[in-house]
Design a protein around this ligand. Sequence first.
Ligand code: SF4
Length: 318
Amino acid sequence: MINIAFGPVPSRRLGRSLGINNILCKFCSYDCIYCQAGRTINKTTERRAFYNPEDIFKSVEERINKLSNGKIDYLTFVADGEPTLDINLSKEVEILRDFDIPIAIITNSSLIWRDDVRNDLLNFDLVSFKVDSVNEKIWREINRPHKNLALDKILESMIAFRDNYKGKLITETMILGNINYTEDSIIKTAEFLKELNPDRCYLNIPIRPPSEKYIKFPKIEVITKILSIFNEIIGKNKVELLGKFEGNDFVFSENVEEDILAITSVHPLREDVIKELLNKANISLDIIEKMINEGKLIKLEYNGKIFYIKNMKSRNIY
Ligand code: SF4
């Protein structure tokens, strides 16, 4: 069975989220400079089938059956690429309803101008949109979009989607150290989010190794400035700064090696977390060295911490 489902992984936005990686690595319409899955290998806006929906169902079922303990708050489409590139999305949501668990998707929102994508997203209980900036120059610099994409069209379509969507809508905005955020660009992004009116706007900082080595952690003054403008325009009760470590509530099945690879293809794991997890599961740390020696795992240092990431063609090693 292909390892499409992984986790659950702890998330401040989604609680205990069982991840579904429904895309082959790394098909994406963006090539974000901070992407945790590395550089985009297949930059595309063409939707296609990646897996048979039945295989996705079976992978989720197998994963749920292996978990002896634990509630799952969401089945979450979160891929090492853009999940809405999957043309079978609606079919997959339909069959996953059998589990009676809310279904979420974390999308970069870039294909929202397509009617079929908007219709697919209406089926989710929670949709998370990426809105790093509504400033064209900053959008191009951070998200490195496919040449077919137009920011105006994406923003307009997000508003149109909002008018029809009955589920929970959240947004994510990444703050980076290398970007020249003008006051005007921050205000415009906040004004757009106010108009979009999500249930919650999350501000994020790059706590895990980004695709590009030159990405710097944002200065505290930049974070504070963006947070205060967002609070003022959108409202304090709707804005939340993420970026703290989200805990170590990962769950391993009996196949720890496969679990580590499935999680680290989407979500780099910090060394102290992996050690604690292996310790709890009574498994020797030698497994990590073995996986590195076999070329399955990569060790990276970022921001003074060691991380382990699945060795993928997309990953820029530094
Ligand atoms: S962060 Fe998301 S949208 Fe950006 S390149 Fe990575 S997978 Fe694509």
